[in-house]
Ligand binder design. Structure first.
Ligand code: MN
Ligand code: MN
Length: 323
């Protein structure tokens, strides 16, 4: 388990200025080719501190598909993001070199080949000391991301915001899907047990033993019910254990209630509001993140783009955590 004191990421010293979003006062927000937050498209990790990457793969979904269209729609909705975060008092584009790295190439007919492609491309990004921020895609992409993170950082802590634990063993005899990545990651030794925290879990199980695997591996959990009862102070208390640890952040949009985020593959009632998820992500400021993702946005099931809009804002809040 590698630990290091809480530190700010040092921006690369390069002769060229930081990439910045297109100024909406020069060129209106609804115009132009959509990129994440209207940043330039720079598929070159050497020039970046943070690479925003789309991972348009949804072959790991077990119920409603469509997350392959998440990155494209989130790019569109991120046109409304302005650069300064008044709550955290940061402008991530001043503090870091950030750009839209583009979409990774996936294989829509093979999950194994897709995993291989994701790990290969992330290795390139991490090799250049850039931080990967992946926009899914379904949650199966977490496993190849963590394989790459492990190669460069060793076992890392995990904070997972999700309605589901994703620690199933298999579905229909298949080991790789969006319901199994955390279990596979533990089996492969990619995570620094017991530093795994899941927040927002809820919904029915198949039986009372469903979460036995998670309990055996000492995964710490704050259920949605506990969150609604005790709020952020309960999470804050648990976050103390993560201070200084290299940590990966995974945000499954279904942690949010379907009233606020209907555009997702396995919606679950009783979740967090948009205000609560914004507060929860901001509460992670000060931790030592080595990468993050935002997954499971499925635009086909969205209503008035509210899920993609929320996702774009959460992506911005995640980005601010690196400043
Ligand atoms: Mn998930
Ligand atoms: Mn989920």
């Amino acid at each position: 388990m590698s630990t290091s004191p809480v530190k700010r990421i040092q921006s690369k010293q390069l002769p060229e200025p930081h990439p910045t979003p297109v100024n909406a006062l020069d060129y209106p927000r609804f115009a132009g080719i959509p990129t994440f937050m209207r940043l330039p498209h720079i598929p070159d990790a050497k020039r970046l501190d943070v690479a925003l990457m789309g991972v348009p793969y949804d072959g790991g979904t077990s119920y409603r598909p469509g997350a392959r269209f998440g990155p494209r729609r989130i790019r569109e909705q991120s046109a409304l993001i302005r650069p300064y975060n008044p709550v955290l008092n940061v402008n991530p584009f001043e503090c870091l070199r950030v750009a839209d790295y583009g979409d990774l190439s996936v294989n829509p007919l093979s999950i194994e080949d897709t995993f291989r492609r994701i790990t290969m491309e992330l290795n390139v990004v991490l090799q250049e000391s850039a931080i990967p921020m992946c926009v899914g895609g379904d949650h199966s992409i977490l496993l190849p991301i963590l394989r790459s993170i492990h190669k460069f950082h060793g076992p890392v802590a995990l904070i997972q915001l999700d309605a589901h634990s994703d620690t199933w063993d298999e579905y229909w005899g298949i080991k790789y899907s969006h319901g199994t990545p955390v279990r596979r990651a533990i089996e492969e030794g990619l995570l620094a047990e017991p530093y795994i925290l899941q927040v927002g879990l809820r919904g029915q199980a198949y039986n009372a033993q469903d979460l036995d695997y998670a309990r055996e591996h000492k995964i710490d959990m704050v259920t949605a019910e506990e969150f609604h009862q005790h709020g952020l102070p309960l999470v804050d208390k648990k976050l103390k254990a993560f201070e200084g640890l290299k940590t990966y952040l995974s945000l499954d949009i279904d942690v949010v209630d379907p009233a606020f985020a209907p555009g997702t593959g396995t919606p679950q009632v009783g979740g967090l509001s948009s205000v609560q998820i914004l507060g929860l992500v901001r509460a992670l400021q000060g931790l030592n993140f080595v990468g993050c993702d935002l997954v499971e946005v499925s635009p086909q099931f969205d209503s008035a783009e509210i899920t993609s809009l929320l996702a774009a804002n959460l992506l911005f809040e995640q980005l601010c955590l690196f400043c």
